[in-house]
Design a protein around this ligand. Sequence first.
Ligand code: FAD
Length: 321
Amino acid sequence: MSKKVLVLGEVREGSLRNVTFEAIAAAKTVSGGGEVVGVLLTDSVGGNGEEMLKYGADRVVTVEHPHLKQYTSDGFGQAFMAVSEQEKPEAIVFGHTALGKDLSPKIASKMQAGLISDVTAIEGEGDDAVFVRPIYSGKAFEKVKVKDGVLFFTIRPNNIQPLEKDDSRSGDVSSVSVEITNLRTIIKEVVRKSTEGVDLSEAKVVVAGGRGVKSADGFAPLKELADVLGGAVGASRGACDADYCDYSLQIGQTGKVVTPDLYIAAGISGAIQHLAGMSNSKVIVAINKDPEANIFKVADYGIVGDLFEVIPMLTEEFKKL
Ligand code: FAD
């Protein structure tokens, strides 16, 4: 049976996040040839509706409202429910991002739908689609199939290949007017940590440091390597707890989950809680002085050595490429 699928587009600082394009590809896989409808909830849509069409959405519905400038679960919940009541989808896809993790259970409970969260792969298509998701902090994977009701799932960023952008694609971008009332939270100001550069959750390369980095200054060579590779810097909780870096860089069970093409772990022992956030990375390189360190068990390439010697050498070699 073909399905109408709603895909929530995530806008950050005026632009769509990559996970939106991955969600459109996931929607196409499950739609069985049905319509894929992008949904944009924002204070200013700009050209993002057309961008979703170029990545494969058949049509886009937007809600523009001043209360949607910043995310609140009440505001976005009301706006999404209004679109959903109008469109009556058979399936819904969100990114498994901070926003998606907060909003999806709220919407699922309002719709009395189930929710498959943190999907890393989809096997099969249409009604035969089976959803793969990590369990037990990434130690195992379960496969889930939905028998009835609205199919609602969130996808982990960087796991599902987006479709090629096709500039010739076009379609209808229409708006829905929604009254947003009774907000229990009003965002008055957003104070951002200065995390210039690549977004950690979506980075293709992550250079992460642990307690072995030994100080805040010790992160400088990691930052240089990340810059040369066009990547982002991450950290273990050990490094965050020691105040070497900000908690926004923490990767793991209680931090961010990342799936880059290349993860370089420097001075990180490889505690299970850290592995939960990075073990699905495509290629893992571990640098550690201790040949028995647990991180080597998940590494594709291991370098036993002092990170302060190894990292600058890698940086110099990559600069030559
Ligand atoms: P350590 O375990 O101290 O390891 C440092 C490593 O650096 C060692 O292997 C050492 O050999 C190596 N090293 C030292 N100097 C050098 C050098 N010069 N060159 C190369 N190698 C060197 N941790 C997370 O990371 N993320 C989480 O989300 C997380 N959540 C948690 C949740 C709970 C409920 C609990 C209980 C713990 C959690 N932890 C988490 C903490 C986790 O258990 C570990 O304590 C933490 O990951 C250790 O950080 P580390 O590897 O940097 O430090």
